[in-house]
Ligand binder design. Structure first.
Ligand SMILES: C=CC1=C(C)c2cc3[nH]c(cc4nc(cc5[nH]c(cc1n2)c(C)c5CCC(=O)O)C(CCC(=O)O)=C4C)c(C)c3C=C
Ligand SMILES: [Fe+2]
Length: 428
């Protein structure tokens, strides 16, 4: 399990760099200058606060260790900024030569990830993009696509669980933004720290691999809400409530490949399904709030289930059999939470860990924005695939979505210090 080192962290309730006493004093000083101070007064407040050495500890100083049984970035709390990037290996003189290049690349990448997640500069030339910032909860997670096994002569060691995802009727997939030999997921609570890592990893790739696609994602910034809350997506929904929790008895079995599992080199690893899902936001935003809630089965304001009555909270269990006074189902037959629930899918479950994305407007004027859906499971055939099949047939949310890219990655277990991710496969 990933541990988050908060030893240097301030308390969550204290805004970064601002003591309450200091803020009040600064505000009083600005106020004493009278209304004429206007905007300049505001600037003064800002400057005087910045004077003080900031206790920026929570966001900047939080460090997520790179080394461990599992890779970081799976159970790590969602970060505010992220990049997903896929690479294709450059074919060498032979599959064995390509494999040696792939192994050397994973060694360079693991070394860079270990340094950057510790808040240190990259080896050799560092761009300086993240200078002044702490590690900011940076995580870097590496995955292998189907093509890697063919190019490196390792097809016999390819996991059965890495079988291609079946087609779904919601698919409008762009092959250029799908799949790839290698995958990197970067997350950090600072956008510059995340971009710094992306640039360093692309430089490390050198001639060994070329970027196939990359996309930038975001989530809410820690500290933006008065207390930690479940994230919201760009449809305004509280998203992530009914995720498996690390404290659940069956969490590890659902999410991670066990020691002694098949193949052996995937012990401690997981499978990541990636879907770039565009939201048809103009259509969605035309729905009344009540209709939007019915599509999901939860309240917009706080994510409480519609089966829970007026006093329900986000944590109130969903009652799929619950009925309203008029006898109709409180959670509609095609509500997203009903169709996606493990109870409706023979127990199938996954850990959803998405980023939102926004790439401006399309030629037709519609927003090119939505969800970089990333779902983690020990076996996609017992996680994403049955659930997406069911959603494909009867999800009320599906007419507001378009699945535009897709990929499936085998994500090996974490590396111990001195090792690199994927070593058990590439040198086994
Ligand atoms: C195949 C799996 C899923 C896809 C694809 C998917 C897309 C998707 N979901 C939302 C918004 C919400 N999803 C919620 C719950 C939920 N979603 C899935 C699976 C997929 N979602 C599951 C398994 C669940 C949990 C169901 C349950 O057990 O109750 C919710 C409710 C809050 C929550 O529990 O997280 C929202 C909101 C969007 C916008 C989207 C595609 C863009
Ligand atoms: Fe969902």
């Amino acid at each position: 399990m990933t541990t988050v080192d908060r030893s240097a962290a301030r308390t969550a309730a204290q805004p970064p760099g601002v003591s309450r006493r200091r803020l009040l004093a600064a505000a009083a000083a600005a106020g004493a200058g009278g209304l004429a101070a206007g905007a300049a007064g505001g600037a003064f407040v800002q400057e005087s606060v910045r004077d003080e050495p900031a206790a920026l500890a929570t966001v900047g100083a939080t460090r997520v260790p790179f080394h461990g049984v599992h890779q970081a970035g799976i159970t790590t709390p969602l970060q505010a900024a992220g990049h997903l990037a896929a690479f294709d290996l450059t074919p060498g003189a032979s599959p064995a030569a390509t494999r040696r290049e792939a192994a050397a690349l994973l060694r360079r990448w693991s070394d860079t990830a270990a340094r950057l997640t510790a808040g240190e500069p990259a080896a050799g030339h560092d761009t300086g993009i993240a200078r002044d910032a702490g590690p900011s909860s940076l995580t870097v997670t590496f995955g292998f696509g189907r093509g890697l096994f063919d190019r490196t002569g390792l097809a016999a060691r390819r996991p059965a669980a890495l079988a291609p995802l079946p087609p779904f009727s919601a698919d409008a997939l762009d092959a250029r933004r799908s799949d790839g030999d290698l995958w990197v997921q970067i997350g950090a609570d600072d956008a510059l720290v995340a971009y710094h890592a992306l640039r360093a990893l692309i430089r490390d790739a050198g001639q060994a691999a070329a970027v196939r696609w990359q996309v930038r994602g975001f989530n809410r910034t820690p500290g933006a809400t008065a207390r930690p809350r479940t994230a919201r997506n760009l449809m305004g929904q509280v998203d992530g409530t009914n995720n498996p929790r690390p404290t659940d008895e069956d969490f590890a079995a659902r999410i991670f490949v066990p020691a002694g599992g098949d193949p052996d080199w995937m012990a401690g690893g997981s499978y990541a399904v990636y879907r770039r899902i565009r939201m048809l936001l103009d259509r969605w935003e035309h729905l009344s709030p009540a209709r939007q809630e019915r599509v999901i089965g939860r309240r917009r304001s706080d994510g409480a289930p519609l089966s829970g009555g007026p006093d329900a909270q986000e944590s109130t269990p969903v009652d799929l059999d619950g009925r309203l006074a008029d006898g109709t189902l409180a959670i509609a037959g095609d509500a997203h939470v009903r169709v996606a629930a493990p109870e409706s899918n023979g127990g199938a479950a996954m850990l959803r860990r998405p980023f939102s994305y926004d790439e401006g407007l399309r030629d037709d004027g519609a927003p090119d924005a939505g969800l970089l859906f990333v779902a983690w499971q020990a076996d996609p055939a017992r996680g994403f695939v049955p659930v997406q099949r069911k959603l494909d047939r009867g999800d009320g949310l599906s007419r507001f979505l378009s699945h535009e890219a897709s990929a499936l990655w085998a994500v090996p277990g974490g590396a111990a210090a001195g090792e690199y991710v994927g070593q058990r496969l590439l040198e086994g």
